[in-house]
Design a protein around this ligand. Structure first.
Ligand code: FES
Ligand code: FES
Length: 178
């Protein structure tokens, strides 16, 4: 089946198998390997991307379901060489250890902050409960999200990601997975 999807500001038209998962389309056909696979059961959240501005686990979405939609991955967050405020906050607060969960954590955190611009600790923990960190670095992750909230205007998040094409190739923090 032929699909047209805008990913990180660039439009792609490709033929895909009906059963191809969005995460495999992103990684294997588009080379967006910053989005990673941590499980095969929709449990870990490592594969989280934004589909039309809301976070989804891309291993639980078919590529054909993204036809006509806009997808943002961890690789599309940086602007003009500047990390997204949530990427910056994860860096500044040492919110990653092995980094495997980080792309999904960041994408989910941005969605969380769009709904809760000033979240308390409990709200962050509940908002990230679908994302697992094998390194159990949750304390710093929560701290990073609250720090990012302080650096982002209320309502920023998915809408802010749709401003123009990303520039450069910097995928930033969490975007260098294999
Ligand atoms: S790889 Fe998608 S939820 Fe684990
Ligand atoms: S930093 Fe290693 S899985 Fe979260």
């Amino acid at each position: 089946m032929r699909i047209t999807v805008t990913v990180d500001g660039t439009s792609y038209t490709d033929d895909v198998e009906p059963r191809t998962l969005l995460v495999h389309y992103l990684r294997q056909q588009l080379g967006k390997v910053g989005t990673v696979v941590g499980c095969d059961t929709s449990n870990c959240g490592a594969c989280t991307v934004h589909l039309d501005g809301h976070s989804v686990k891309s291993c639980s979405v078919l590529a054909v379901q993204a036809d006509g939609s806009e997808v943002t991955t961890i690789e599309g967050l940086a602007r003009d060489g500047e990390l997204h405020p949530v990427q910056r906050a994860f860096h500044d607060n040492h919110a990653l250890q092995c980094g495997y969960c980080t792309p999904g954590m960041i994408m989910q955190s941005i969605d969380l902050l769009a709904d809760h611009p000033d979240p308390d600790e409990q709200t962050v923990r509940e908002g990230l409960e679908g994302n697992l960190c094998r390194c159990t670095g949750y304390q710093n992750i929560v701290r990073a999200v609250q720090d990012a909230a302080r650096h982002m205007r209320p309502g920023a998040g998915p809408a802010a990601e749709r401003v123009g094409e990303p520039t450069g190739t910097a995928s930033g923090i969490g975007g260098g997975g294999e």
